[in-house]
Structure formats: C-alpha cells, structure tokens
Design a protein around this ligand. Structure first.
Ligand SMILES: NC(=O)c1ccc[n+]([C@@H]2O[C@H](COP(=O)([O-])OP(=O)(O)OC[C@H]3O[C@@H](n4cnc5c(N)ncnc54)[C@H](O)[C@@H]3O)[C@@H](O)[C@H]2O)c1
Ligand SMILES: O=C(O)C(=O)C[C@]1(C(=O)O)C=C[C@@H](O)C=C1
Length: 386
C-alpha cells in the first residue's frame, strides 16, 4: 500500500501563547484530558458538556471549572479566547459554527478524528449565510493522534498527548492567529504539531487509524464464538491485536461513516491479501504455497518496521527487562521506585499475570544500551529478573 501523496511537515516553534480563557466544549475522554493538561500548565480552563455527569467528573478531576452559562448559553464570565470543541464528530461542525457565532473574537479549534467532513460543515454554514466568511477564518481543524479505547472523563489523563503527533489543518484563509493558537495548544500539551491539508489527513488516518480499528474489531468479533478453553490460553498476541476492539461503537460509527470514501480503497487492498492467503492455505502443500505464506508475513514485517517510534522518530527496538513480582499490593510501585533510583528511562511497561499463579511479570522496555545497568541494579536490590 502506498503512503498518501502529501506528506506532513513538522511546524517550527511559534512564539504565540494560548488565548485565554479556554472553553472546552465536550468533557469526555479527549476534552477532559486537554483540560487537565492545560490546567496543570497554568491555563485558565472553563468546561461545558450537555451531560451534567461528564461535566461534574471533569471538574472534579481538575480539568477546569464549569462555565457559567445564561439561558441563551452565553458565558457569564469572560468570553473565551480559545474554544476547543471536543464533542462527537457528528455534532462537531454545528458546535464549531455555534462557537464562532457566539464568541466573535475567539479562535475555535476542533479535535474530531475526521477533518474534511467538519470543514465541509463549516463551509456549508457560510454558504447558507449562517456564518460570515471572516468568522469561518477563526476556525482551525485539528486532530491529536492520541486516545484510548475507553471513553468519558474517567479515562482522561493530562499526559495523553505527550510526544504524540497533533495534526493542524489550516486552509488558505485560516487566520494566522488561529494557526498560532492551535500550535500553542499542541505544544503546551507536549504534542508535536504537524501541518497537513484536511484531505491528506483523512487519507492518512484511513490507513494508520481507521483500518487498524476495523481489523481489530473483525479479529475480536471472531472471539464471540470461541470456546472458553481456547480463550483461557490467550497470550499477548491476542491482547496486542485486539485492544482497540474495545472502542466505543457510537464514536466509531461516526468516524467510519465520516471517512468512508478513504477507507473503502484500503479495505479492498486488505481483502485482496486475505483472498490470496485463503487460496494459499486451501492447498498449503501446493508448489509455491510456502513461499507465498513467507512473502505475506515478510510484507507484514516490512510494514511494521516502518511504524515510527515516539515523536515521529525512526522505529526503535527497545530491550525488555522482565521482572517477576508477587501478586500483592505495593509490589509494582516498589519496583518502579527502584527503577526510578537507577536513572534509566522507562520507554514502555507491560504487566502480565500468569493465570493460576500468585505472581505477575513486569516487562520494562528500555534503550538497549541501558539494559545491563538496569538488570544489575534490580538484581542487586533483590528483584527476580528473568
Ligand atoms: N477517543 C479517541 O481516541 C480520540 C482521539 C482523538 C480524537 N478524538 C475525537 O475527540 C472527540 C471526542 O471523543 P472522546 O473520545 O472524548 O468521546 P467521549 O464520548 O469520551 O466524549 C464526548 C463528549 O462530548 C459530549 N457531547 C455530546 N454532544 C455534545 C455537544 N453538542 N456539545 C458539546 N459536547 C457534547 C458528550 O456528552 C461527551 O461527554 C471526537 O470528535 C473524536 O473523534 C477521539
Ligand atoms: O490508542 C488508541 O487507543 C487509539 O485508538 C487512538 C487513535 C489512533 O488510532 O491512534 C484512535 C482514534 C483517534 O482519532 C486518534 C487516535
């Protein structure tokens, strides 16, 4: 499969700060994570959500304070300098247009997973004279490439965006102040801003986000009828390939339908490979069959090797240090405390519970050059390093 024609360009540093106060409209997973991160950075954040429960939880976990709105929905406090629309994709364009109309001096950004559909919704408001063209210029479509299979404010984390790409999709008429505000938002949350046309964005995410979601859902769907005795044997292969199959159906219906035109060609490619594999496995001892299987797996190797590491860096192979811990309260915290004392950076962490045993395995990924140092320190401190 070929990469999208237009490649992303990382933006340079921008001097602009975040226009304050910030109003986050939609305090689910993403809106609350943004609120927590901005509040922790000292930004004045107001929150709003039609769900009182989502709003209350977000405020409780320090994402900001609820906006005081009057009967018309106008903020009784200072008008926001920046509105972040973090609502479901289907309502995003309407909330963006409403925000642009309501606060004539504010920059309005959205973070929905699809960008052309939202931009089209804003353009339609201009065409239908519901929005003045110059007001539309204060809008910037964006998309942080970080999230989770979980929804709602309870799953939110202020560090969700650290080192993640954050796509900014300005048009020819986007006000420079709106682009600067989007860039400042991403940078304040420790993300790396990328500038990209909405179309190129949608083509890209069809391949790197929407296709993986569909593949995970389809694989996990097979498990519905899998016997319990088979599921009891499940290891990390299944967990790795199906984590995102736990994602919210309501959200993904909106994402997939909003980008259907870009996803269908990718699915045709997947189907061609699947058909080829089925034909090969129907007669696995036929001449050339083994070569074909090897080729398919090798093609997967080649694709996987192209997945960048953190911060868009080249793929990095980490060394894994495996430590056996008692399945008892405080063990993981004590282990991490010990790791912290070594000054070796933890690149990734995975916990594994051996079913039927009262021990767990902690897999700590570190830079290969730091592995021996960590093993020596943990062993000296009495930890059981495998
Ligand atoms: N979940 C992810 O991994 C992820 C990652 C990047 C971007 N996004 C995008 O972020 C947005 C929010 O996703 P989420 O995962 O936080 O969903 P979520 O379900 O956790 O939260 C959505 C929130 O929006 C609120 N809402 C509904 N209608 C609204 C309206 N009209 N105005 C304001 N708020 C409204 C809901 O009450 C809910 O609290 C979506 O557009 C999604 O595409 C999601
Ligand atoms: O890490 C995850 O759980 C995600 O699914 C995040 C993910 C992705 O595909 O990378 C999913 C959808 C969003 O639009 C952006 C990010």
């Amino acid at each position: 499969m070929s990469a999208p024609a237009e490649s992303a360009a990382a933006l340079g540093d921008g001097p602009a700060g975040i226009p304050q106060p910030v109003l986050v409209r939609g305090t689910g997973l993403l809106g609350t994570s943004i609120g927590i991160g901005l509040s922790a950075a000292g930004v004045d954040v107001r929150l709003h959500d039609p769900s009182h429960a989502a709003l209350a939880v977000a405020a409780d976990i320090r994402a900001g304070r609820p906006a005081r709105l009057d009967a018309e929905g106008d903020d009784l406090d200072a008008a926001p300098g920046l509105v972040v629309v973090a609502a479901p994709p289907d309502v995003t364009a309407d909330v963006v247009v409403d925000s642009l109309r309501r606060w004539p001096a504010a920059v309005v950004v959205d973070i929905a997973s699809v960008k052309e559909a939202v931009a089209a919704g804003v353009r339609a408001a201009v065409d239908e004279a519901r929005l003045a063209p110059q007001d539309a210029d204060r809008y910037l479509g964006t998309h942080p490439m970080a999230g989770s299979e979980r929804s709602g404010p309870v799953a939110a984390r202020g560090t969700l965006f650290t080192q993640a790409p954050w796509v900014l999709c300005p048009t020819d008429t986007t006000h420079p102040g709106a682009l600067a505000a989007g860039r400042a938002l991403a940078r304040t949350l420790q993300a790396t801003p990328y500038r990209m046309a909405a179309r190129a964005h949608d083509e890209s995410v069809a391949l790197i986000s929407h296709l993986p979601q569909i593949a995970a859902s389809l694989v996990a769907s097979r498990l519905q009828d899998t016997p319990d005795q088979a599921l009891a044997l499940a290891g990390n292969g299944l967990r790795d390939t199906t984590r995102i199959a736990a994602s919210d159906p309501q959200l993904w219906v909106q994402i997939l339908s909003g980008n259907a035109g870009r996803i269908v060609p990718a699915l045709h490619g997947l189907r061609a490979d699947l058909d080829r594999l089925i034909r090969t496995l129907e007669d696995p001892s036929a001449p050339g069959a083994r070569l074909d299987m090897a080729q398919l797996i090798a093609e997967g190797n080649a694709g996987r090797a192209r997945v960048p590491g953190k911060h868009g860096a080249p793929p990095q192979a980490f060394a894994v240090v495996t430590v056996i811990v008692d399945d008892a309260p405080g063990q993981i915290a004590a282990l991490l405390d010990e790791v912290g004392r070594t000054d070796v950076n933890v690149e990734d962490l995975r916990l594994e519970h051996a079913s039927g045993h009262r021990v767990g395995m902690v897999e700590i990924s570190v830079l290969p050059g730091r592995r021996d140092e960590l093993v020596a320190a943990l062993t000296a401190a009495g930890w059981k390093v495998v």
